[in-house]
Design a protein around this ligand. Structure first.
Ligand SMILES: *Cc1c(COP(=O)(O)O)cnc(C)c1O
Ligand SMILES: [Zn+2]
Length: 466
């Protein structure tokens, strides 16, 4: 153990009936007492905290220091489980916060009120790097020799990248066969990680990876790992930084395994406890219609965090019913094609803390929004576009005000899933309906079709002038 900060940090079970505590030096991904999720918690009285959030601006002046350069570790004081000299960083989190005036009208927002947080600008092309730098740092501190994850794609790309750069913790990734977008698989292969394609979907891989981690004693890199979520808190610190240390009215995030929504609620709740902010934004978690477990649990089953007394029996019954009906997640947004979100209960807690809500959008709405995001900015992958599609829907329902400040977290880079983007812009609607109709994606009203011409100057000029 290399001097992990056991004086400041500890792990605690989120189950109020259990509340068991464990050392931060233990590599755990569930409570050994009751099996529930764990939080990383801190005794803030032992920590060195800024008096005001803009004290963090001092870090901008020391770009040569990796701790100040990383968009995650520049907030080290707010996730102080590791000694600063031990962090493993590749310069993640240098992402872009953009006022998206050209996308705002599509989201039915007033100009100046829609903001996009481009987490696709991370080194491996998704927000996952924010979490992985923290998890790899923890893995090192506890002496892990191997790492493993289950993945819909981006987790594997991120784990593979850190394993490749660091070189001391070889990694294994489990992906569902045929379930991973090409850009993501390309990365995992290129970074040299061992890729195991399991017959089945993400949920199958997730169940198996826990067994593998236990059986072989391998460090687990999925968002069940509470240290990963500590890194993902910093996405919200950077949003507040983008608003010159102010809190927006809404934060909108796609919901897959619900690690982000869990981390974001914790980030804001902690800042309020420290007196660094005075109110929390409302969290809107957007899921795909074809992967709507959270939507059903919250809006139909009416299950809630309920001060920590979650009705576990009803969640179990919900999943039994899902299996009995053989309902399986199906969406073109592969990053959120998940039946059993592992951080469900932490997400319910975030929704309670923030007065948040859950909305669902169709694959058609996701891909149309994706085209508009691309046409007005740097673009994103399908799962990320659920956010803007969700805002549009929540505006129409009168839930979000056109003058609220709304921040959509664009979780992944547009090149992660080039196949669906090229299909959208090049295929005729009949072909789309035939190929993707089962997903509810049948037309491309915002397609930017390439123009085919002969090798002839007049024809080329005519195509340009058309
Ligand atoms: C992992 C991922 C998600 C899902 O995030 P959760 O934190 O698991 O809810 C969404 N979008 C992209 C691009 C992802 O890679
Ligand atoms: Zn417990």
């Amino acid at each position: 153990m290399k001097s992990i900060r056991t004086d400041i940090g500890y792990q605690e079970c989120i189950n109020v009936a259990c509340r068991a505590r464990f050392d931060v030096a233990e590599p755990l991904f569930e409570c050994p007492t009751c099996g529930d999720l764990l939080d990383v918690r801190y005794d803030w009285s032992q920590a060195v905290l800024p008096k005001r959030l803009n004290d963090f601006e001092a870090k901008w002046a020391v770009p040569g220091d990796p701790l100040a350069f990383s968009g995650v570790w520049q907030y080290h004081e707010l996730l102080p489980f590791a000694p600063p000299q031990n962090v493993i960083t590749v310069g993640e989190g240098k992402t872009v916060f953009q006022q998206a005036d050209r996308v705002a009208p599509y989201a039915r927002m007033n100009v100046g009120r829609l903001f996009l947080q481009y987490e696709g600008m991370n080194p491996s092309g998704s927000f996952k790097d924010n979490g992985m730098t923290a998890a790899f740092t923890h893995a090192h501190l506890v002496g892990a020799t191997r790492a493993v994850c289950a993945s819909t794609g981006n987790t594997s790309a991120s784990v593979a990248m850190y394993a490749a750069v660091d070189g001391r913790i070889p990694a294994i990734v489990l992906v569902g066969s045929g379930k991973i977008a090409y850009g993501k698989l390309a990365q995992a292969l290129d970074y040299g990680v061992r890729v195991v394609e399991v017959e089945g979907d993400f949920d199958t891989c997730m169940r198996r990876v826990k067994e593998v981690a236990k059986e072989l004693g391998i460090y687990l890199m999925n968002s069940l790992n509470p240290f990963r979520l500590e890194g993902q808190k910093t996405i919200m610190y950077r949003v507040i930084e983008g608003l010159l240390w102010d809190v927006p009215e809404w934060v909108v995030v796609p919901g897959g395994n619900l690690g982000n929504s869990s981390a974001f609620g914790k980030a804001f709740q902690e800042l309020r406890e420290m007196g660094l902010i005075s109110r929390l934004p409302r969290l809107a978690v957007i899921v795909a219609e074809g992967a709507d477990t959270l939507y059903r649990i919250v809006n139909q089953e009416r299950l809630a965090w309920n001060d920590g007394r979650v009705d576990d029996a009803r969640i179990a019954a919900f999943y039994d019913q899902m299996d009995a009906e053989n309902r399986r997640a199906k969406t073109v947004a592969s990053a959120i094609e998940i039946n059993r979100p592992v951080n469900l209960k932490k997400c319910l807690r975030s929704l309670e803390w923030t007065g948040g809500l859950v909305e669902k959008v169709s694959d058609q709405e996701i891909l149309d929004a994706k085209a508009r995001i691309g046409a007005g900015g740097f673009g994103c992958e399908p799962a990320s576009a659920a956010t803007v599609a969700g805002v549009r829907k929540l505006r129409d329902a009168g839930v979000i005000d056109a003058d609220d400040r709304v921040v959509c977290v664009l979780t992944g880079h547009p090149l992660k899933d080039p196949n669906i983007t090229v299909a959208y812009h090049t295929l005729d609607d009949e072909v789309i309906a035939e190929k993707y109709g089962a997903y509810g994606f049948t037309k491309a009203p915002h397609a930017n079709r390439p123009v085919r011409v002969a090798d002839d100057l007049d024809a080329i000029v005519a195509a340009i002038q058309a």
